[in-house]
Ligand binder design. Structure first.
Ligand SMILES: Nc1ncnc2c1ncn2[C@@H]1O[C@H](COP(=O)(O)OP(=O)(O)O)[C@@H](O)[C@H]1O
Ligand SMILES: N[C@@H](CCOP(=O)(O)O)C(=O)O
Length: 305
């Protein structure tokens, strides 16, 4: 059978950072953030050319092992076949290994770009199939759900298949991130989690995670109570003691703060009027950044210029 036909024109894909867990919603809740990687992909006659600017320019591979390339290949397999060649230009802004979903962004950008350069791609790989593939590649659904859908997402596994719903976070919420200089890989931070947890801790998290849906969408005044976690943050402290200490310090001051994803970034969810003051609280060793909420998720945009 003949493989798919591809568009000759380049496509540009924008993909957001994301913060997963948000305290109690381990592997389930995600928030899409207004910090973006951009990728331009063109199907070529032969070869693979990868150009990288920004984050990872010094360290990432430029061959088939590049995460975005691997994700594109997996998507092309599902779309019916590989193009003869690919030219990829990456402008990376999401820091790597900091708990801001850079790997999910690379995966989502790759699969959305592969679909966009394939004629009839949307019929062959619909949005549900994109989420399923992205989850398979990432290993957990929370970041990829937020990254694909934008907004505030709740993801779950239904007999092995990833599902997600998207909600609008209250627009008064300002995400402030405190990014430390050194990375901790998600794999390392997942390795610190126990196989079982006390029933009381699981019950406490279930209540807080449910409350967080209400707090993030409608009643931000409940965010401090709603972001309390007992399932992952303290277990991860040996790999990121400063992050857990900063979370505890901010929370003791009444600021709803959590470890972002698998860390070591700390995320605070605050009101506009308090954002600059909160951003100044961390001190040396942290790059504090006031971000916006992203409502769109990974999307195909017109080529710049
Ligand atoms: N834009 C990118 N292009 C290629 N690979 C990437 C990109 N972003 C992240 N990665 C890969 O993912 C790794 C980080 O993933 P992970 O440990 O899950 O941290 P994060 O919290 O940033 O997602 C990087 O070391 C790199 O191998
Ligand atoms: N639920 C995952 C989230 C990982 O997010 P990342 O941004 O650190 O990749 C986990 O807590 O392991």
């Amino acid at each position: 059978m003949a493989g798919p036909a591809f568009r000759a024109a380049a496509v540009r894909v924008r993909t957001p950072a994301s913060s997963a867990n948000l305290g109690p919603g381990f592997d389930a809740l995600g928030l899409s953030l207004g910090l973006y990687d951009d990728v331009v992909v063109r199907v070529a006659d032969s070869g693979l050319h990868v150009d990288i600017a920004g984050e990872g320019a010094e360290t990432l591979p430029r061959d088939e092992s590049h995460l975005l390339v691997r994700s594109m290949r997996a998507a092309f397999d599902r779309l019916g076949g590989q193009p003869r060649g690919l030219e990829i230009v990456c402008a990376n802004r999401i820091p790597h290994g900091r708990g801001l979903g850079s790997s999910s962004a690379a995966i989502c950008a790759g699969i959305v770009a592969a679909r966009a350069v394939t004629i009839g791609g949307e019929q062959k790989l619909d949005d549900a199939a994109l989420l399923e593939l992205a989850t398979e590649l990432e290993g957990h659904p929370d970041n990829v759900a937020a990254c694909l859908l934008g907004g505030f997402t709740l993801a779950w596994m239904d007999t092995g298949t990833a599902r997600a719903i998207r909600m609008d976070p209250a627009d008064s919420i300002v995400p402030v991130v405190f990014v430390p200089g050194k990375p901790v890989l998600t794999e390392t931070a997942r390795g610190l989690l126990p196989r079982t947890v006390p029933h009381g801790d699981a019950a406490a998290n279930a209540g807080r995670a449910a409350l967080l849906v209400e707090a993030l969408t409608r009643r931000p005044e409940l965010l401090l109570a709603a972001t309390e976690d007992r399932l992952h943050q303290e277990y991860r402290a040996p790999a990121m003691p400063e992050s857990v200490a900063l979370v505890n310090r901010l929370r003791a001051d009444g600021v709803p703060a959590v470890v972002s994803g698998a860390g070591p970034t700390v995320l605070a969810l605050v009101e506009d009027a308090a954002a600059d003051k909160v951003a100044a609280l961390a001190g040396e060793g942290w790059a504090a950044n006031r971000l916006t909420l992203d409502a769109v998720g990974t999307c195909v945009l017109p080529l710049a210029g």
